[in-house]
Design a protein around this ligand. Structure first.
Ligand SMILES: C[S@@+](CC[C@H](N)C(=O)[O-])C[C@H]1O[C@@H](n2cnc3c(N)ncnc32)[C@H](O)[C@@H]1O
Length: 291
């Protein structure tokens, strides 16, 4: 049956609506929180990957394939982030890690790898600026990197919807953000100036800097295969100073091949400390990093 252009368009709209309803109910992702274009682009990437041409067929595919539901969920949440995501992790950073580093030095260097639209590095900058109230000579900054230039532009703007700030107290919002006429919130200069945003691909095998005190790479390696995950862990080992901290996302883990590179520090919050390498492996790594 050949449908007129108007009716065909209506049918596509209906199929799209059924698909987003399914996603909201079963994948628990609120599609209505995103621009329709964004959802369509992400769906299209999965439909191309599975060689499926219509929303209707794709809906029928995800109802039967657990694997595809996971892949779609990853595709839809690829840049998802918020301030103080998993607050207990940032509490460990504020209460345990940074005071520990401060016992040794005043200038703290952090790398937020896979920083998306900036919420994670700005969260770290907020913590540093709050700690500086009681440690007057504290001086720290955050390298914030991502592979996605569009998302880095958003990070540079530093403008957020109220939803992104739900883990901050009213006092913190007042102190670190200005409210804009459009109701959005903009990070203040004292937070912004601690964050150095730049493009960086974790697959490059090069750390953004060396002798770093802490690296957060959270909810990024979920998209990588085992050997890519291991390579990234080696890159972080190379980038960290002796005794530096590596923090992963709550659902991420260290592969068996690289577990010896780090000691567990706070297992529940996925915080590790760089381990010193012994003998041959240490020599080999030194030779590699100097070539
Ligand atoms: C879900 S966000 C994580 C944001 C933040 N770290 C958090 O936990 O809230 C994942 C980010 O990883 C970035 N990413 C994916 N592959 C990357 C790569 N090879 N190098 C650098 N960043 C990458 C994506 O562009 C995305 O912005």
């Amino acid at each position: 049956m050949v449908l007129g252009a108007g009716r065909a368009e209506k049918k596509v709209d209906e199929e799209f609506k059924s698909l987003t309803q399914y996603i909201e109910k079963h994948l628990k992702i609120q599609c209505s929180n995103y621009k329709e274009d964004y959802i369509k682009r992400r769906l299209m990437s999965r439909m191309n990957a599975t060689k499926i041409a219509s929303y209707r067929e794709y809906l029928s595919h995800i109802t039967t394939s657990q694997e595809e539901r996971e892949l779609l969920k990853n595709a839809l949440t690829i840049n998802v982030t918020k301030f103080f995501r998993d607050p207990e992790v940032f509490e460990v950073i504020r209460r345990d890690i940074l005071p520990q580093i401060l016992k040794e030095k005043r200038r703290i260097r952090i790398w937020s790898a896979g920083c998306s639209s900036g919420e994670e590095p700005y969260t770290l900058a907020i913590i540093l600026s709050e700690l500086a109230l009681i440690n007057r000579d504290l001086d720290g900054f955050i390298y914030a990197t991502d592979i996605d230039d569009e998302i880095l532009k958003r990070a540079k703007e530093g403008i957020y919807e109220k939803q992104a700030l739900e883990n901050l107290s009213a006092h913190q919002i007042n102190r670190h953000f200005t409210t804009r006429p459009d109701g959005k919130f903009e990070v203040k200069p004292h937070v912004r100036e601690k964050v150095r945003l730049q493009h960086h691909d974790l697959m490059s095998g090069m750390p953004v800097a060396r002798y770093l005190d802490m690296i957060t790479c959270r909810n990024v390696t979920i998209y990588f295969n085992e050997s890519q995950k291991n390579a990234v862990a080696r890159t972080f080992h190379e980038g960290l100073a002796s005794g530096g901290y590596y923090i992963m996302g709550m659902s991420e883990y260290l592969g068996r091949e690289v577990e010896h590179l780090f000691k567990s520090y706070r297992p529940l919050q996925k915080v590790f400390i760089r381990a010193e390498l012994k003998g041959a492996e240490s020599m080999e790594r030194k030779t590699h990093s100097s070539t």
